[in-house]
Design a protein around this ligand. Structure first.
Ligand SMILES: C[S@@+](CC[C@H](N)C(=O)[O-])C[C@H]1O[C@@H](n2cnc3c(N)ncnc32)[C@H](O)[C@@H]1O
Length: 313
């Protein structure tokens, strides 16, 4: 168990470069985590600017509250909740004239160690970022979902080629006992795989565990709600920066940004535009930004990270 909320920020230099926070501006960090981005933003905006940092994980908020009182950051607002409701948080704290919004998706190192997400240690299957909500946890998903539902999750959110075999094995074991621990689920995955693939069990388990985490936290649904709201909330010229960690998220961000930059939604076969929609954003990253060789050497967890940014018109 970690007793401080640890997380090494990923693509920090690049995120700050694209957000470009200036003294006196107001910004939102939609995924506070260990506060790596938030602390840098506070430094750039100075005491005349304001920062609203949101997180689903109450431990992240508590850790930041400690830092806030130590450093006397009166201009730092901390909000416990889902970034899918960014509009409500912004309204509640009377936050206006927003120059930048950043979201660093997925989970913190603290959560990886403390929320029954990793199969490296024996923890009760949980995976909820928000421990205060009485929502479903991974144990419920694994023990209550039908085979068809499990297959869909493993395929859609994990792109796991042995989804059917793993789901069937889960149902077979469930017929005898509940699957309660992360390491138990790992063993079920090993058993489900054909013999020649058992030595690659970690790769399959990583995909299945990722799929369960995405389902438990409804990660794609939250992102889908968040993106249009975030763009709406920005002032003209404001920047939206998203760091994602798997292809499903990156695809959603890429398509949303492309749609906002295109404006027109007429079918391509139309000779001229009849919808009258004009572009709402300018893409700042033609290709996604990834971690440098130096960052990867210091923090291998940065490998899948992809940064995309737009500027509101
Ligand atoms: C990768 S960490 C952020 C790390 C942060 N950028 C830093 O530098 O320390 C992702 C954080 O987002 C939070 N999170 C994930 N989904 C969320 C959501 N829908 N709403 C609010 N916070 C969320 C997680 O609880 C986690 O603390």
């Amino acid at each position: 168990m970690m007793d401080t909320y640890e997380h090494t920020p990923v693509l920090l230099h690049e995120v700050i470069g694209f957000l470009d926070p200036q003294p006196g501006q107001n910004l939102v960090d939609a995924t506070l985590g260990g506060g790596g981005y938030s602390r840098q933003i506070l430094r750039h905006i100075g005491p005349a600017g304001k920062l609203l940092s949101i997180d689903l994980d109450l431990d992240a908020i508590k850790f930041a509250e400690d830092q806030k009182s130590k450093n006397k950051n009166q201009n730092w607002i901390l909000a416990h909740g889902n970034f899918a409701q960014i509009d409500k948080h912004v309204k509640r704290y009377d936050f206006a004239d927003i120059s930048g919004i950043v979201a660093d998706l997925g989970l913190s190192s603290y959560e990886l160690e403390n929320r029954g997400i990793s199969f490296q240690s024996r923890e009760p299957l949980d995976m909820r970022f928000d421990q205060t909500q009485n929502v479903k946890d991974a144990r419920l998903v694994v023990n209550d979902y039908t085979a068809a539902e499990l297959i869909k999750i493993f395929e859609n959110y994990g792109e796991e080629p042995y989804s059917k075999q793993i789901a069937r094995k889960i149902l077979e074991i469930r017929g005898k006992r509940q699957i309660y621990y992360t390491t138990e689920l790992y063993q079920v995955i090993v058993e489900a795989l054909p013999k020649p693939l058992k030595h690659k069990a970690d790769d399959h388990a990583r995909r299945v565990f990722q799929a369960l985490r995405i389902e438990v936290n409804q990660e794609l649904q939250s992102l889908e709600e968040f993106l249009p709201k975030a763009l709406d909330l920005l002032s003209p010229g404001g920047r939206l920066v998203i760091v994602s960690f798997h292809s499903l998220e990156d695809r959603m961000v890429k398509q949303f940004f492309a749609g906002m930059a295109r404006g027109c939604i007429c079918p391509s076969e139309f000779p001229q535009c009849v919808c009258g929609k004009s572009p709402r954003a300018k893409i700042l990253t033609k290709k996604p930004i990834t971690a440098s060789v130096e960052e990867l050497a210091a923090n291998p967890r940065a490998k899948p990270a992809k940064l995309r940014a737009v500027q509101k018109i």
